[in-house]
Design a binder for this molecule. Structure first.
Ligand code: WTA
Length: 649
């Protein structure tokens, strides 16, 4: 059954156990409603009270200001994000608490206490300073899931540099575009990374990208794979050599940062053109990540929290690094694939480290469910008390498997809806309070007014699908698009004057939100956010291709996968080999996650009379449906039947 049909039929409700609720931060739905009401009546008072939990070098003057559509939080205040994640916890007695447990794909795990982590961060911060990195500079980070990744991010935050992390699964073109747009002068990478037992040549990708990034003056290379790599003279340096140089101290005073100075850029795909650099700033982002983590994951001092996301995406930024560390949590960070060496790797990790809170993507759940219920039963996963999902809609079948087989009918599931732009979770259950409905992200977090609108801006009826919007600003929201404030205004605020999420949703009779998927040309492949335009321009950069149009189609495991319609240049022969070559081309240039699952050669694409490709129609064709809607606006309506006939099944 497809996702939309199955959620329309869904009416089960699951309540948190009395035992769970009694010990949780927010204990019942009445308490949620009471705090929620207060939080939206006076968000400034709500957030100001919460902000007192952080350590400030100087308290703010004003909580919130709307500067002609650019939102400012806690202006006049000064703090340091790294100080709040490390020093503040050490001060409150957590110096020997484990901050990170790093689980490499092969071999022994390694852990860092808060005190050890602080020392590593300070040493690396001093290395960055020595290499000339100053407050406000951008540092590009292209690292796999190894301890150097959070250490590098925290070191940047400590000295006031802006980090821009690029997911290590991206390839050289994606890296090059991001480096060029961010204007970084220093890149941090590694000599390789492990996945499925194989080494990925990260440094080769970096070198290929750097050929077109002359602005990068220094490259710091972490040793992970003991892989032979080429090191450019007076540009490339080994991490371990730099931190062990004489005179590199393990003390580094944190910079006092204004609330609205930049903390990081994270590139994400939009509807058109190149990925946009989403900018997050200091205090508001930290506060939002802190508070959402605390209440949604109901964190307690003795919890062991395992988030399977890669830090290269926003989930890792907010809920492996900043939200979790600022709560003094113990975090398990895993380097490799969920199915290596077997499909019970996650459950083995749960058993090994006695994980209590587990947060993953629906794709992983579907993939592991498909392997059968026996795998989880081979490990003792009884330490689990809370489960979470993120990144894409979860279908009721996968939700039920997660609830029954992994959660043993006792762990609440927080289906957390949010985006790179939102900085933290906006719609989610509170695990001790919210009755759960499988596949519904349930209700907005405190201080968030979410709604569903029709095309004309009017409010949709109960259970009527429409545009999901957020009607008020919140501290964790993006501040702008890097180097492109116009794009920020246009993308997010032009349509309705309130924040446009790009998702469609409906609200049911109980006020529960049901996310139905992207409404624009963003595709969520296995939870990874890919822009149609990026894949199209990669295809067109192949010399055989004249034109390409990319749409999603439903995929049993990945949720969505990529279907590409390709028009070849005159004289080029259509062949299966060429299809494979084009798939490889995209994987090599952008990364394996962007590889089309299906390619259909076409002689013509459905276009309007003004020449615009109608992806809406191509999507219907890729889905195998005939529900095209009106095709009479096409320059040549007959192309639709031809394409449908040749559909790749
Ligand atoms: C989708 C990921 C349904 C959605 C944190 C959103 C979800 C996009 C959920 C953002 C969820 C995220 N249920 N869909 N619980 N969470 N999404 O920027 O389409 O990588 O707009 O951030 O993921 O993706 P991004």
């Amino acid at each position: 059954m497809d996702y939309i049909t199955s959620i329309l039929k869904e009416n089960r409700v699951f309540y948190p156990s009395h035992e769970f609720s009694r010990k949780s931060h927010i204990k019942n739905i009445q308490e949620y409603s009471k705090i929620y009401k207060k939080s939206i009546e006076n968000p400034e008072a709500f957030w100001a009270e919460k902000a007192l939990q952080l350590d400030w070098f100087k308290k703010w003057d004003i909580v919130f200001r709307n500067d002609y559509g650019f939102f400012k939080w806690f202006e006049g205040g000064y703090l340091n994000v790294c100080h709040n994640c490390l020093d503040r916890n050490i001060k409150s007695g957590k110096k020997d608490k484990i901050a990170f447990i790093w689980e490499p794909e092969s071999g022994e795990s390694k852990s860092y206490t808060y005190e050890q982590l602080l020392k590593e961060v300070c040493k690396f911060a001093n290395v960055l300073k020595k290499k000339g990195v100053k407050r406000g500079h951008v540092v590009e980070i292209y690292l796999p899931m190894i301890p150097e990744l959070p250490i590098a991010m925290l070191a940047c935050a400590r000295i006031g540099a802006i980090h821009s992390v690029v997911f290590a699964g991206f390839s050289y073109d994606a890296l090059k575009d991001r480096i060029q747009d961010s204007k970084a002068e220093l890149l941090i990478t590694a000599d390789g990374s492990f996945r499925n037992g194989k080494i990925y040549q990260l440094k080769d990708n970096a070198d290929a990208a750097l050929k077109e990034c002359p602005a990068i003056k220094n490259v710091i290379v972490a040793k992970r794979a003991n892989n032979k790599v080429s090191m450019a003279n007076r540009r490339d340096y080994w991490w371990h050599e730099l931190v062990n140089e004489k005179g590199i101290s393990d003390v580094c005073e944190p910079e006092s940062m204004h609330s609205e100075e930049s903390l990081f850029i994270l590139y994400t795909s939009g509807t058109t053109g190149k990925p946009k650099g989403i900018l997050h700033t200091q205090a508001g982002y930290l506060l939002f990540a802190y508070q959402t983590f605390k209440w949604i994951f109901d964190i307690k001092d003795n919890d062991i929290y395992f988030c399977t996301a890669d830090i290269g995406w926003i989930t890792g930024h907010s809920y492996i690094v900043y939200g979790s560390l600022s709560n003094a949590a113990t975090i398990v960070m895993y380097e490799g694939s969920p199915t290596y060496p077997n499909p019970d790797r996650f459950w083995r990790i749960v058993e090994k480290h006695k994980v209590t809170i587990f947060y993953t993507a629906p794709t992983a759940i579907r993939a592991l469910a498909k392997e059968g219920g026996d795998w989880p039963n081979k490990s003792n996963i009884s330490s689990l008390r809370l489960l979470g999902t993120v990144g894409e809609p979860i279908n009721p079948e996968a939700w039920m498997w997660y609830y029954n087989v992994i959660g043993k009918n006792k762990c609440p599931i927080v289906d957390t809806w949010w985006q790179t732009e939102t900085g933290g979770i906006l719609i989610s259950p509170l695990p001790g309070a919210t009755p759960l409905k499988p596949s519904s992200a349930t209700k907005p977090f405190f201080g968030i007014i979410a709604d569903v609108l029709r095309e004309d801006g009017s409010k949709a009826n109960v259970n009527e699908g429409g545009y999901l919007v957020i009607k008020n600003p919140w501290p964790g929201m993006l501040r702008t698009v890097w180097n492109d404030p116009e794009r920020y205004k246009h993308t997010y605020f032009e349509k309705f004057g309130v924040y446009l999420t790009g998702d469609s949703a409906k609200i049911d009779q109980d006020g529960y939100f049901w996310i139905m998927g992207r409404i624009d040309d963003v595709i969520k492949v296995a939870g990874h956010r890919i822009g149609s335009a990026e894949v199209e321009s990669s295809l067109v950069s192949n010399e055989a291709v004249a034109e390409a149009a990319v749409v999603p189609f439903p995929h049993e495991i990945k949720g969505q996968a990529i279907y590409a319609f390709v028009v070849l240049k005159r004289g080029i022969k259509k062949s299966e080999e060429l299809k494979e070559e084009l798939k490889r081309h995209v994987a090599q240039h952008i990364g394996p996650i962007a590889k089309p699952d299906k390619i259909q050669f076409a002689d013509d694409l459905p276009k309007t009379r003004s020449g615009k490709i109608m992806r809406r129609i191509l999507k219907v064709i890729a889905e195998g449906s005939t529900d095209y809607g009106n095709i009479m606006t096409l320059a040549d309506p007959s192309v639709v039947d031809v394409l449908a006939k040749d559909r790749v099944k």
